[in-house]
Design a protein around this ligand. Structure first.
Ligand SMILES: Cc1cc2nc3c(=O)[nH]c(=O)nc-3n(C[C@H](O)[C@H](O)[C@H](O)COP(=O)(O)OP(=O)(O)OC[C@H]3O[C@@H](n4cnc5c(N)ncnc54)[C@H](O)[C@@H]3O)c2cc1C
Length: 597
């Protein structure tokens, strides 16, 4: 009898790991179709990071200014610095109005225009008429859009009788001899017991890994568990070098101030009070794409025009908007200013710095949410039984840089698409048998911690990973800084193997959970630093000082050698590459030559 055979087992049609916007959009589609669905979450569903999304959901409804999905498609391709796959981008932009109206019909409390239509605000990089003028495309519920969306989805799931497993940590994917995924192992936090969830289909919706950095707008639970699970199961991670810095994290606190602030008219000013974005991006100004605005802010600070005694931040000025607009459209921002910066934003500017916000890369998928790997001929091959959606996935609609509001949209469009595809897939499949050693690797991970005498605190190792990533893969990158980071992170991986547990108790032992999470952090961190150090160009959020503007490579982007997706493989810590999909589904592709903001 193997150790695995003694474990408690549960069987579902579909197991979803993650109860954020993407996981719950998918589960809703499945539960509505009558499938037996389990959703596992580390926290109560409505505490998932989606709840923190403020600004809006991008969709070309055209309620407030002329718009159509072709413009949205163009903006997204351009915003991605041509690394986004154009088939997936077309699919997302075309489906956008439908998924927003779906939400409206579910009861999502969007802000309204006087004529009753959904209120839409401008957002960075979103334009009408192919870059000619700003457009109002972000569908918003004040500055609490994610909150409203997550609660709407949760309520609908309750109505459809989705089974939630709250405070469970999924640990490892179970693959059989053919490589098909047949479920996951998970630990119940309340008891410390390991269980097996068997499923015809497993869907990863575990969100981002923003907590691999020290300064982050992300929730503490964003430790990249899905990435770790995929990496350990032999699935590569795509484009992990691309991390978005949000221009406006509260200086010193990391808490996000939505781009909706600038959408409503807020202005970035340097120590001279100058609206410096007018110089860098005369057309888009403060609403240029995030990677660009972050770099301009960094440049101002580097050139000595930062604000404050240490000249190390930029001011975000909302004083001219008026208290009434602020309280109506940005009530949470007002509270954040008060609580985290001791600033009354109706009267004075608030100090901000670019802060880690979003991972563009993740688990490679196609537009149905199916996880794909590359075969020996570098052709995409589906991993049977495994899907991924949301921030942990890389379908790749965001390429090298995501436009604001396109993530909530990505969750809805691909959550629904994966749901629909799984419904079809489930009709023609039965449960495959569990391999005899299904959870042996998981049990070995737990046993190592239980048997360790001595060893390091998980927290210390995690903090050192975060510090190293902040220093070596931050907004300011040079080849030498990244190369040094590769060595540091490799050394930290050794330390992860030496983590010990002082308290070996089982019931709600959060130290044990944290130790297990660090094993995921290190996969996401190593994927990031190794992929970054290898990419010898500047593109989107990956901006490297060594690869600057030259006549041959404007803005440092080198399409001849680097117009390709990175794949990082945990086993062997090696890289491979795959082509960017430049062929949209129905429209003309946007050629690489269109540039500038
Ligand atoms: C402060 C902030 C503001 C944002 N504002 C916007 C915005 O206005 N517009 C926009 O488009 N995007 C915005 N984004 C980005 C967007 O909100 C996220 O990318 C998106 O919500 C991620 O959703 P998700 O479903 O992928 O994952 P999440 O919402 O992060 O949920 C992840 C889920 O996975 C579960 N989980 C993780 N690991 C495990 C495990 N091992 N076992 C069990 N469960 C697990 C968690 O418990 C959670 O339920 C914002 C992000 C932040 C941080």
């Amino acid at each position: 009898m193997t150790a695995t055979s003694k474990l408690p087992k549960r069987k579902f049609d579909v197991v979803i790991v993650g109860a954020g916007g993407s996981g719950m959009r998918a589960s809703l589609q499945l539960a509505r179709a009558g499938l037996n669905v389990a959703v596992l979450s580390k926290v109560f569903p409505t505490r998932s990071h989606t709840v923190a999304a403020q600004g809006g959901i991008g969709a070309s409804l055209g309620n407030m200014s002329e718009d159509n999905w072709h413009y949205h498609f163009y903006d997204t391709v351009k915003g991605s610095d041509w690394l986004g796959d154009q088939d997936a981008i077309e699919y997302m932009c075309r489906e956008a109005p439908k998924v927003v109206y779906d939400l409206e019909h579910m009861g999502m409390p969007f802000d309204r225009n006087p004529d009753g239509t959904i209120y839409q605000r401008p957002f960075g990089g979103h334009t009408a008429n192919y870059g000619e003028k700003a457009v109002q495309r972000a569908c918003a519920a004040a500055d609490r859009t994610g909150h409203a969306m997550l609660h709407t989805l949760y309520q609908q799931n309750i109505k459809e009788k989705t089974s939630f497993f709250v405070e469970w940590l999924a640990m490892d994917l179970i693959r059989d001899a053919a490589g098909d995924v047949v479920g996951v192992s998970a630990i119940e936090m309340e008891t410390g017991d390991v269980h097996i969830f068997e499923a015809k289909t497993t869907l990863l919706a575990t969100g981002g890994a923003g907590r691999i950095f020290a300064a982050s707008t992300n929730a503490f639970i964003n430790t990249g568990d899905g990435l770790g699970m995929a990496a350990r199961a032999g699935i590569p991670l795509e484009d992990m070098e691309f991390w978005q810095f949000h221009p406006t994290g509260v200086a010193g606190a990391g808490v996000l101030l939505t781009e909706g602030c600038r959408g409503e008219g807020a202005i970035l000013r340097n120590s001279n009070g100058e609206r410096f974005m007018e110089r860098y991006a005369p057309a888009y100004k403060d609403l240029a794409p995030r990677d660009y605005v972050s770099r301009c802010m960094d440049q101002e600070i580097k050139e000595g025009r930062g604000c404050g005694p240490n000249k190390d931040y930029i001011n975000l000025d909302m004083t001219h908007l008026g208290a009434e607009t602020i309280m109506k459209r940005l009530p949470s921002v007002f509270e954040i200013g008060h609580n985290f910066a001791n600033v009354d934003i109706t009267k004075e500017p608030i100090p901000v710095v670019p802060t880690i916000h979003y991972q563009m890369g993740g688990i490679p998928t196609n537009i149905h949410g199916q996880v794909v790997t590359q075969n020996a001929d570098n052709k995409s091959e589906v991993v049977n039984g495994l899907y991924a959606v949301g921030e942990c996935s890389c379908v790749s609609v965001h390429g090298a840089n995501r436009l604001g509001t396109n993530s909530l949209l990505d969750l809805l469009v691909f959550g629904r698409a994966a749901g629909n595809h799984i419904v079809e897939f489930n009709k023609s499949t039965t449960h495959k048998p569990l391999p005899a050693d299904a959870a042996d690797a998981t049990l070995a991970r737990v046993a190592r911690l239980d048997n360790a005498t001595g060893g390091e605190y998980a927290q210390d190792v995690a903090n050192d990973i975060r510090a190293a990533m902040q220093q070596h893969a931050g907004v300011f990158r040079t080849q030498a800084i990244m190369d040094e980071g590769v060595t540091k992170i490799a050394a930290l991986r050794e330390r992860v193997n030496n983590i010990g547990l002082k308290d070996k108790s089982r019931i709600f032992n959060t130290a044990r959970i944290e130790a297990l999470e660090v094993e995921n952090l290190i996969e996401a961190a190593q994927a990031t630093i190794v992929s970054a150090a290898a990419r010898k160009e500047s593109r989107g959020a990956h901006s490297v000082d060594d690869y600057g503007d030259t006549p041959e490579h404007p803005n440092g982007r080198n399409d001849t050698d680097w117009h390709k997706h990175t794949l990082w493989h945990s086993e062997g810590n090696r890289l491979s590459y795959k082509p960017v999909q430049m062929k949209p589904l129905t429209v003309d592709s946007i050629p690489l030559t269109v540039r500038s903001f």
